[in-house]
Design a protein around this ligand. Structure first.
Ligand code: FE2
Ligand code: FE2
Length: 284
């Protein structure tokens, strides 16, 4: 048996520190858990697509996690794939380069507990960027590299909400065409688990033979729950020959922040547009 901790949706910022205390609590919990690796499943920042300082701040924060840390980007880090929530923050080469400068890479593949864990940059799917084609080629190699082991896939956005054949374009999940292309790739290996963040709620369902695990957010609860548990938290996943055991933890002190209330019930559309509210100077 081998344990990982999965954290998602930290939404850290040196200027907008609403969720700093939640991060501190989740970080300390993760450091005490004795995990083989800590996976951070995207949305480390609030305004990462447009701020070097914010990306650097998140990288420094993650530097306080012990052991192997595997970070993947979300839409708040490198921008959305088109059409996206905000046309001003669509993923592009410069934004991807900012992530790479701060975190080194946006993907991983490694064996843990007899499983083959693959991490992807969800924001590339449907982007049309050269990096998308590169990721698809690498994914084919990584899936071959599984060599018959069960595969767990990690990426920021869920593949779909309810069913793979959903047709509408939405920034909540991957887009319909790249989703089906990805599923066709995954069918070539023994992919048993897909772990995503982004929707800020815990849900755990098997759909068409693959288990789709939605991680709770560290930072704030969802404005629109989609059938999941909206509480802030984190996941412990134990991988072994007999499967993947998931335990959701709600460490004491974690606050289920209400994003709508923080943004003044419509006064501000995006957190980054709000007046500065820095985290405490003592960042320990
Ligand atoms: Fe998020
Ligand atoms: Fe997100």
């Amino acid at each position: 048996m081998a344990r990982i901790i999965a954290l998602s949706d930290l939404h850290l910022s040196p200027t907008h520190g609403f969720f700093w205390e939640n991060w501190r609590i989740a970080r300390d919990f993760a450091n005490r858990a004795g995990a083989e690796a800590i996976i951070v499943n995207g949305d480390l920042c609030i305004n990462g697509p447009d701020s070097d300082a914010e990306m650097a701040f998140a990288a420094t924060a993650l530097g306080r996690l012990n052991g192997v840390v595997l970070a993947l980007p979300g839409n708040h880090d490198v921008g959305d794939e088109p059409p996206g929530q905000d046309v001003r923050q669509i993923v592009d080469a410069e934004r991807l380069a900012r992530w790479t400068r701060a975190f080194g890479r946006d993907h991983f593949a490694l064996e843990i507990g007899g499983w083959w864990l693959i991490g992807l940059d969800a924001q590339l799917f449907g982007s049309g960027l050269a990096e998308e084609a590169m990721q698809n080629r690498r994914l084919d190699e990584q899936l071959r590299g599984a060599g018959g082991r069960p595969v767990a896939l990690f990426l920021h956005k869920p593949l779909f909400a309810e069913h793979p054949h959903e047709r509408e374009a939405t920034s909540a999940t991957l887009q319909p065409v790249p989703r089906l292309e990805l599923l066709a790739r995954l069918a070539r290996a023994d992919v048993r688990l897909v772990v995503s963040g982004h929707l800020h709620q815990f849900r755990d369902r098997v759909i068409d033979g693959i288990r789709h695990l939605w991680l709770p957010a560290v930072a704030f609860r969802p404005t629109r729950p989609a059938g999941g548990d909206p509480r802030c938290g984190l996941a412990i996943i134990d991988f072994s020959d007999t499967g993947a055991k998931v335990q959701i933890e709600y460490p004491a002190g974690l606050v289920d922040h209400d994003l709508d209330a923080i943004k003044g019930h419509g006064r501000y559309r995006f957190l980054r547009e709000m007046p500065p509210s820095p985290p405490p100077a003592e960042l320990g």
